[in-house]
Design a protein around this ligand. Structure first.
Ligand code: Z5A
Length: 212
């Protein structure tokens, strides 16, 4: 039986995670692998309901600690009801954002302790980690141009935060990847979609070998 793998894509807004998730899933399916694509926050009905609470621009928004708890609760439902069953069935799970987004946004951006976010992940999701996390890194002005073209009417509650918040998020992602180079592949995500996809397939090659 083929072994399921868990791949997460991380990075700031406009890095191209959704685009590259789609291209990756198509490429893996061409290799006859059974692939599930999903996203965070979301992926199950319960987690999608929490997503609406988190990203709505109505009301005063959440305190950073409440926000972290909501992301962890959404992730818990997603892991229990979708990710673990898919992996157990031998499927490849490609997830647009996972735990490291909480560490970068609620930790780096929001000022929460990394250890507290990991504790929440231990409680909610029994500490599940991806086999590989692809960190898509793009110059801020390129990401901004992509988003301006896609979302001329503005962003959601978290995307719309000030530039300094997003700079802290970017720095936190880089720190996480530097601290755990075996768990992360850093992908230069400037340039053409197909060239970026090629870099991702190169990074994934070691995981693909044993499944053939
Ligand atoms: N969040 C959090 O705070 N804590 C957590 O634990 C989690 C999430 C899990 C979710 O927003 C928000 O929740 C997010 C982090 C926070 N907020 N922020 N910032 P979301 O799911 O709505 O959005 P996103 O995750 O930030 O993704 P995005 O804005 O859709 O960006 P993307 O997926 O990385 O990019 P894309 O959709 O693939 O591409 C953006 C546009 O650029 C699109 O029009 C593409 O066609 C275009 N594109 C993509 N690649 C290229 C290239 N190579 N060249 C030219 N154009 C391109």
């Amino acid at each position: 039986m083929k072994t399921g793998r868990f791949i997460a894509l991380e990075g700031g807004e406009g890095a191209g995670k959704s685009t590259q998730s789609r291209l990756l899933a198509e490429a893996l399916r061409r290799q006859d692998l059974d692939v599930v694509t999903t996203r965070e926050p979301g992926g199950t009905p319960g987690a999608e309901a929490i997503r609406a609470l988190l990203l709505s621009t109505e009301g005063e928004g959440w305190h950073p600690r409440a926000e972290a708890l909501l992301f962890a609760a959404a992730r818990s439902d997603h892991v229990e009801r979708l990710i673990r069953p898919a992996l157990a069935a031998g499927q490849w799970v490609i997830c647009d954002r996972f735990l490291d987004s909480s560490r970068a946004y609620q930790g780096g951006g929001g000022g929460l302790e990394d250890a507290d976010i990991l504790t929440l992940h231990g409680i909610g999701s029994q500490g599940l980690l991806p086999d590989l996390t692809l960190l898509l890194e793009v110059a801020p002005e390129i990401a901004a141009a992509r988003l301006a073209a896609r979302d001329p009417d503005g962003s959601d509650r978290i995307g719309g935060r000030e530039t300094s918040y997003h700079a802290r998020v970017t720095a936190a992602f880089a720190r996480l990847a530097e601290a755990e180079p075996a768990r992360f592949a850093r992908i230069d995500s400037n340039g053409e979609r197909d060239a970026i996809h090629g870099r991702i397939m190169d990074a994934l090659a070691p995981l693909l070998e044993p499944t053939r």
